[in-house]
Ligand binder design. Structure first.
Ligand SMILES: Nc1nc2c(ncn2[C@@H]2O[C@H](COP(=O)(O)OP(=O)(O)O)[C@@H](O)[C@H]2O)c(=O)[nH]1
Ligand SMILES: [Mg+2]
Length: 302
């Protein structure tokens, strides 16, 4: 088993996409040994770009256009699409696949979709781990598309180095109503479908909003794009590059990582914590003259 993982990790590190797909499946489904596989990964600092926004805003189209550009620059790109439904029973998923079909045969682009396994939206439960598997493979960028439903924006912001919020000229109400959350977590605002009426108004409103909330570090740039006509993509890539240069680890990201680590630590601690084992340890401990239950619990939980 161990030797098998050594082979798997070295294969995925060398760019074997079948090994990569197998490793992701192993992790995603928590197949036997997945924890050891994760421990054996050489996780690099591959930049992660998150794309979030309402369904239909043009996230997939934008990811597709960005992949095109990066690929032309000779970069290798991994794309994770997080679909809030099961990946195999939704037309939307097939649509994404078809739209991205141009990249299917390319050795430089790896695509994978993950379901969120729940109606709440949010990221797929194993997206952190899968992103780490991708970081152990030789990609220059990891792009993650996620439908912005509540929680998922904050999660994507914690996972991504740069978070792109994709809006449309019609999204005025979204902005009005989402005073907290979605607007705050973005590093870049995109007004996609800029070929449509209202794009300039939307652009101005966003620019004003962004200026008002500018920090010394960063004023959220607003980029107009027409994803389907490959317009504005260069500007978007420039903005992404500029943001990556500012690269400070935001507090929210550290907080999410701490929560994640906390969960994992607690899970590890309780893994072998059956009552029989506690009883056995307790038997020895209670023989001591200075037995104290609270101290016992503390040392046992170590
Ligand atoms: N007019 C116009 N349509 C677009 C643009 N970008 C995407 N679309 C269309 O909007 C629809 C939804 O796009 P999609 O990329 O699937 O959005 P997603 O749900 O956010 O991933 C598709 O029919 C696209 O062809 C754009 O810039 N202009
Ligand atoms: Mg999509």
């Amino acid at each position: 088993m161990q030797a098998d993982f050594a082979e798997l990790t070295s294969k995925l590190a060398s760019g074997d996409t079948r090994a990569l797909a197998r490793a992701i499946t192993l992790v995603e489904n928590e197949q036997p040994g997945f924890a050891r596989l994760l421990e054996s990964l050489d996780v690099k600092n591959t930049p992660v770009i998150g794309f979030t926004g309402a369904p239909g805003a043009g996230k997939s189209s934008l990811v597709n256009a960005v992949v095109d550009h990066l690929e032309r620059e000779g970069k290798k790109i991994a794309v994770l699409m997080i679909d809030p439904s099961s990946p195999f029973n939704r037309g939307a998923f097939l649509g994404d696949r078809l739209r991205m079909a141009g990249h299917f045969l390319s050795q430089n682009v790896f695509m994978r979709s993950m379901a969120t396994r729940g109606s709440m939206g949010g990221l797929a439960p194993k997206v952190f781990e899968v992103a780490d598997v991708l970081k152990a493979a030789p990609y220059d960028y990891i792009l993650i598309e996620t439908v912005g439903i509540g929680q998922s924006e904050t999660e994507i912001a914690a996972l991504a180095d740069t978070t792109v919020l994709v809006l449309t000229p019609e999204a005025g109400d979204d902005i009005q109503t989402s005073k907290s959350g979605v607007m705050e977590i973005a590093d870049i605002y995109v007004v996609n479908k800029a070929d449509r009426e209202g794009a300039d108004t939307m652009y101005r409103n966003l620019a004003e909003l962004s200026h008002r909330h500018a920090t010394t570090n960063w004023e959220i740039p607003v980029i107009k794009t027409v994803a389907t006509q490959d317009k504005g993509i260069d500007l978007l890539l420039d903005a992404i590059a500029a943001h990556m240069k500012t690269n400070h680890l935001p507090a929210r990201r550290l907080r999410l990582l701490a929560a994640k680590a906390g969960m994992m630590i607690r899970a590890l601690k309780t893994r072998n914590l059956d009552d029989a084992r506690i009883e056995e340890a307790l038997k020895a401990a209670t023989d001591e003259p200075d037995f104290n239950l609270y101290r016992f619990v503390k040392t046992f939980a170590g």
